[in-house]
Design a binder for this molecule. Sequence first.
Ligand SMILES: Nc1ncnc2c1ncn2[C@@H]1O[C@H](COP(=O)(O)OP(=O)(O)OP(=O)(O)O)[C@@H](O)[C@H]1O
Length: 321
Amino acid sequence: MSDPALFEIRDLTIETVREGHRRRIVEGMSLSVRHGEIVGLVGESGSGKSISMMASVGLAAASLDITAGEVAFAGRRFAASDRRALRSNLSHGVSLLFQNAKGALSPFLTAGAQVERVLAGRLPKAARRREAIELFRVCGLNHADLADKFPHQISGGQAQRVAMACALATEPRLLIADEPTTALDVTTERELLRFLTRLCRERDLAIVLIAHNLSLVAEYCSGLTILHAGQIVERGPLASVFAEPLHPYTQGLIDAVPDIDDPHELAPLAGSVWGGRSDIERCRFSHRCPFARPDCEAGVPALLRRAGHEVRCVLYQEDAA
Ligand SMILES: Nc1ncnc2c1ncn2[C@@H]1O[C@H](COP(=O)(O)OP(=O)(O)OP(=O)(O)O)[C@@H](O)[C@H]1O
């Protein structure tokens, strides 16, 4: 029997009302992560990655309507609309890591105090210093050198590691890392992601890695979900999606990745994420798709199993019949 999921989102739908019009910003989003697994959630800016993950832990803004969906964590199920139940049940097992830690850390607390402040939630005062030293070590930081420094006195990479130490201080089983390396240079980015991969193995920590950059995800994740305008267009084991990307959007994202062994002109994707018609149920990529045809706007294509993973595109509907 396969390992059951630690964390699962099923059919999450999020709506907003703007100028009297109801707008579905996430539609039927699902995602599953097993213990110790890293899965990537990829899509362009505005495609709904952050909002889906925030909603799944009860942190969606009050102005958003969670109209459908369920979240399961460590064997317990919750309605996705029950923000309070999600927050109180997931806050101990799930940590969040964002980009630009330097901006997110309190400028008035030293690096050591930031970590100890989180530890105060589960340890008596006397034990906090020892645990902070250990968390600094785990995150590749020297406590003696850095604990008394304020965020503006350390580098971006060090600040991100302090944020990671804060995230680990609650002993999470799942880390949601929302573009954690966007503000860092390429070398520090790789270092941090290698470090996260090691953590996964050593602590059985599961990670949802949110990213724009498909090449980054390709190196570190075992599963991949691709989101466009709030709809999943393709998902499955990373190796399978890369071996045979089926959706024109996935193909476009892959074509936009530079390849040192196969230099090619990078083709930016035409159009914008939310540029198409919003008054009908449709494939939300149709207005940008080079293969678009009338039935793309005749409803939302089903997610179908093809070539070892799943794809949502009318190009593959006929052979399903
Ligand atoms: N509180 C909110 N109220 C209304 N709309 C929102 C709210 N938060 C986000 N949105 C909209 O939801 C859509 C998805 O936003 P989201 O931040 O999830 O995108 P993303 O894929 O994470 O993008 P990025 O990579 O830039 O962070 C966007 O169109 C955004 O404008």
